[in-house]
Design a protein around this ligand. Structure first.
Ligand code: FE2
Ligand code: FE2
Length: 360
């Protein structure tokens, strides 16, 4: 109350009307919607002069983006004597647009009859621009997210393809090494499977197990560098020939050691160390116990088990009992004792693999 009195005292009516005219986007129409009054502010924002506005229908500022439905609802509201509130996009004379927050209601003569409508509006163009900018930004974001997801999918598929190819090349390399010494492709397959199972049973994780399964077929890749006459000589090797034969470990290592891929690194280690023995009497470096990589220790058991069980140029296949007895005897000598125990305790599972990949 005090505030009102205060305002009344310092602001005269003229000044108040003047300010209203300048700053409030205001217009009044007759019952048909023809403009009978326009404030300076309305004229300024719509870019029409007052003269241009007067007598024109209010839809002179109607923008094509506004749906008919909105105006139908607006007219229905004010014709029923109620006030309509809403946001409207309007068209300027030059074709540009502006947004307003509007209040439109009927006005009355002294006899309480509706003689027209007036509208008070507030410029909300900035707010609307910001909203639409935000919406655009969200759309761009969604698009980018989709795009990223698709790219990731592509990369995953591509990676899978590369890994499959890698696996095949490695397996083929292993087969080449073995075929030079007249092994069958199934030897390589069986060694891979025995190694996988032994790795799994000895507690290696899934990733390591898989790496070993893929790397172990390459243990004899170095044999590609051994002269055929020595490699496939029937009967015993001379001391010199044995020496040359043993170089297939270092040859294999030298072939694979340059890669920075984990799989090939493991393959290099396995090629290098698969003839090392637990007690240090193996070759080429005479490593002992845990100095020998677990991958090579596993491959050694798998390789020997398979080699003894198959016919070779220089010998017939051993009987199972003899193989198991030899493994038992070589526990802690040739082989990691723990791995032999694990192997012998699960021997039926290994035999199943042997049956599955039988040589024909
Ligand atoms: Fe070998
Ligand atoms: Fe082998």
């Amino acid at each position: 109350m005090m505030k009102t009195n205060f305002l009344k005292n310092i602001i005269d009516k003229e000044y108040l009307l003047d300010t209203f005219d300048k700053y409030v986007i205001f217009s009044a129409t007759d019952l048909k919607g023809e403009i009978v009054y326009s404030s300076d502010a309305f004229s300024r924002i719509s870019r029409y002069t007052k003269e241009e506005l007067l007598g024109k229908n209010h839809n002179i500022v109607r923008h094509k983006d506004m749906p008919d439905k909105l105006f139908k609802e607006l007219w229905a509201t004010i014709k029923s004597g109620k006030t309509w509130y809403g946001e409207i996009k309007n068209r300027k004379k030059d074709g540009d647009y502006y947004w307003v927050d509007a209040i439109i209601e009927p006005y009355y003569n002294d006899a309480d009859e509706v003689i027209g409508y007036y509208a008070v509006r507030h410029n909300i163009t900035d707010k609307k621009e910001l909203e639409s900018f935000k919406k655009d930004l969200e759309k761009v974001n969604e698009f980018l997210e989709d795009e990223i997801q698709n790219r990731i999918k592509d990369i995953v598929t591509l990676n899978k393809g590369i890994r499959e190819t890698q696996k095949e090349i490695i397996f083929t390399m292993g087969t080449i090494g073995e075929s030079r010494s007249k092994e069958t492709g199934n030897h390589v397959k069986r060694v891979a499977e025995y190694s996988r199972l032994l790795a799994e049973y000895s507690g290696l994780d899934r990733y390591q197990t898989q790496l070993l399964q893929e790397a172990s077929p390459m243990h004899d890749i170095g044999k590609v560098g051994i002269p055929d006459a020595i490699l496939n000589k029937p009967g015993r090797h001379t001391a010199d020939e044995t020496k040359i034969m043993k170089t297939h470990t270092t040859l294999g290592f030298d072939m694979l050691k340059h890669s920075d891929k984990e799989l090939l690194k493991i393959a290099a280690t396995v090629a290098y160390e698969h003839h090392e023995k637990w007690d240090g009497s193996g070759y080429p470096r005479g490593l002992k116990g845990n100095e020998i990589s677990i991958y090579a220790r596993i491959t050694a058991v798998a390789d020997v088990f398979d080699a003894l069980g198959s016919d070779r140029v220089y010998k017939k296949a051993w009987r199972d009992e003899d193989i198991f007895q030899m493994l038992e005897e070589q526990k802690g000598k040739h082989f990691d004792p723990l791995l032999v125990d694990i192997f012998l305790n699960n021997v039926e599972d290994f035999k199943k693999i042997r049956d599955r990949y039988k040589d024909v």
